[in-house]
Design a protein around this ligand. Structure first.
Ligand SMILES: [Zn+2]
Length: 325
């Protein structure tokens, strides 16, 4: 895990650690995209790191599991999706022993959106803190939080990076120089928003590819289909993602086409119009074959390891074999 910027926040956390005064509850507040969640998990590492330094080692079993978000004693609660009943249920466990016998950490994100009842549910836990429980709250605005909670919590503000820092961070994340510079300036150094915009842009691109691929199948143009799959981007963080989306979304289009051919209403694919055209173009037997084939490939694509080039070539070859009958 890399922390970009937010030096003041990181220094304060290190100071707490050095003075053995890590607070039992903390609130990170700042605009969306300024690193609150990242800092929350960084703080979890400070609580749990087996090396116990003033900065987490990021290598020990606890740090690793925290980074992968699979530590059994780290509970993440999304404030935007949690009711008071759910929150009470979650917090009820905080009095019991942790899974591994050490500290249990609750991260409550977007805390300001939780209503008064929810906040009061937490307050009782903050008033009588249990020795082995820590609470980390994040909020894009602390105005929505009860003063009684704020007074029992260490408050740490998060800030966007400078445009230059943001550009460097994006480059480190594998974004090319030109694009990194453009994004850093467009989002005024807000790394989170820049990364989100990039993700959305890629998603749009993948779905456009799925449509282009289905159009090629409609035309019976195998070369065009191969061209679409060969031109998919290969993002550094997950090279398999684009082909995985192509395979699973194409499978949904064929599934919808089969339903449409049988007089039903297409529902799960990204373009019902395309599915209806596929249904008109190909007979039921072909659609059935395409469905079977693409679902088999969807299963393969759901695995972590597969060879993108051979999977996508075999996928296209299989589809056109069925189409040509
Ligand atoms: Zn560690």
């Amino acid at each position: 895990m890399e922390i970009y910027g937010n030096k003041e926040a990181v220094n304060r956390l290190s100071e707490y650690r050095a003075n053995e005064r890590m607070p039992h509850s903390l609130l990170f507040f700042g605009d969306p995209g300024t690193g609150k969640r990242t800092l929350a998990f960084y703080t979890v590492m400070l609580y749990l790191c087996e090396k116990g330094g003033n900065t987490p080692c990021m290598k020990c079993h606890n740090c690793e599991r925290t980074e992968k978000r699979i530590h059994p004693d780290v509970i993440y609660v999304d404030g935007e999706k949690t009711s008071v009943a759910q929150l009470r249920e979650i917090l009820k466990d905080s009095h019991g022993a942790s899974v591994e016998g050490g500290i249990r950490v609750y991260i409550l994100s977007e805390f300001q959106v939780l209503n008064r009842e929810c906040q009061n549910a937490l307050l009782t836990h903050l008033e009588e803190p249990s020795d082995n429980v820590r609470f980390i709250l994040t909020a894009s605005n602390k105005n929505g939080i009860l003063p009684t909670i704020l007074s029992r919590t260490a408050l740490i503000r998060t800030s966007p990076l400078s445009a230059e820092e943001c550009e460097t961070a994006l480059t480190k994340e594998g974004i090319t120089d030109g694009e990194a510079e453009k994004l850093a300036h467009t989002y005024k150094g807000n790394l989170g928003l820049a990364l989100k915009a990039l993700e959305n842009k890629n998603t749009d691109l993948y779905f456009a590819s799925v449509r282009a691929y289905a159009e090629a199948v409609l035309k019976g143009d195998e070369y065009a289909a191969l061209y679409v799959s060969a031109k998919l981007p290969q993002p550094k963080e997950d090279k398999r993602e684009p082909i995985r989306i192509l395979i699973t979304e194409t499978a949904k289009l064929f599934h919808d086409a089969l339903i449409a051919a049988e007089g039903g209403k297409a529902s799960c694919g990204c373009d019902s119009g395309l599915s209806e055209r596929l249904a008109k173009k190909y007979p039921l037997t072909v659609l059935n074959g395409l469905c079977e084939l693409t679902q088999r490939f969807s299963y393969i694509a759901s695995k972590v390891y597969f060879n993108t080039k051979s999977a996508s070539d075999a996928f296209t070859a299989g589809i056109f074999e069925k189409v040509k009958g």
